[in-house]
Write a protein that binds this ligand. Structure first.
Ligand SMILES: N[C@@H](CCC[C@H](N)C(=O)O)C(=O)O
Length: 281
């Protein structure tokens, strides 16, 4: 079979084309336009994020994970893809744990019960400079309003998130409000936008507009941000189930500010990338 092999995976419907750059150097250093062409659902393979597994730079890590959004832009973090890459590495290594290196640091992953994977998503950052925001405001009450959305919580999970609490997340026109907020001047690096409603002391309904993608069925880093935001506001405890369009993630905000994310991993199919999609690369 001609072409570069890839595996199509997803975490709760947030889907990925995963390349192995350790074996196929042609997928290392893809430019943004090429990545966007591959990720495009009409003309390419189609995915929310394009992932390349690369050789680790850090001796402690099992591999490096490069992440690109559907628009081709490289980003710092992706929770659902981290679980998928962890399951690939654990399978290769014959172990129940893996260390994944990203541009923002090392992430420890472990196999949990029922085939689920837990990832320590690292330390949450809450200072306005770290989200980042364009001005020095209280990140637990960002003064930002659009239609029914106001008073956001900012959380950096490696990538920037703004969380809005509402009575009924289903009633929010996220397709309309999401892109405006993503590009709001408050967020110099743009932001992922979550709208959520509290269902109970340990359960939250969440919908997401992802930076560089749009509405997705799940966002792992978004779920981490929502779990932290709800606990910070005193709306829930520090361990919560986050109910996304694609299913449930369990989030635990530890006393040392690290967050554990636990959820499923799935493989849809394996394929070969037609060389025309690499274009002039
Ligand atoms: N789907 C992801 C997040 C991917 C990156 C995000 N769109 C960004 O631009 O920061 C997840 O599961 O965390």
């Amino acid at each position: 079979m001609n072409g570069i092999p890839f595996v199509k995976m997803h975490g709760l419907g947030n889907d990925f084309v995963v390349f192995d750059g350790r074996r196929d150097p042609a997928v290392l250093d893809l430019d943004n336009a090429t990545a966007a062409r591959i990720a495009d659902r009409k003309t390419g393979v189609g995915c929310d994020q394009l992932i390349v597994i690369e050789p680790a730079r850090d001796d402690l890590a099992d591999a490096f994970m490069r992440i690109r959004n559907n628009d081709g832009g490289e980003v710092e973090a992706c929770g659902n893809a981290t679980r998928c890459v962890a399951s690939i590495l654990m399978g290769e290594l014959g172990r129940n744990d893996a260390i994944i290196e990203t541009v923002v640091g090392l992430l420890d992953a472990n196999g949990a019960s029922d085939g689920l994977v837990t990832v320590d998503m690292g330390q949450m950052r809450l200072d306005w400079r770290d989200i980042p925001l364009s001005e020095a405001v209280d990140t637990n009450h960002i003064p930002l309003s659009l239609g029914p959305l106001s008073d956001a919580v900012g959380v950096n999970v490696g990538n920037p998130h703004a969380v809005f609490f509402v009575d009924d997340a289903e009633a929010i026109d996220i397709e309309k409000l999401g892109p405006v907020l993503e590009h709001h001047e408050m967020f110099p690096e743009r932001a992922n936008i979550e709208v959520c409603s509290i269902i109970g002391e340990d359960q939250i309904r969440m919908r997401v507009w992802e930076r560089g993608v749009g509405v997705t069925r799940a966002c792992g880093t978004g779920a981490c941000a929502v779990g932290v935001a709800a606990a910070r506001r005193g709306l829930t405890g520090r361990k919560t189930d986050i109910i996304l369009d694609g299913g449930k993630l369990t989030i635990e905000w530890l006393p040392d500010d690290h967050v554990l994310m636990t959820g499923p991993v799935a493989t849809s199919f394996q394929g070969f990338l037609h060389s025309s999609l690499l274009g002039g690369h």
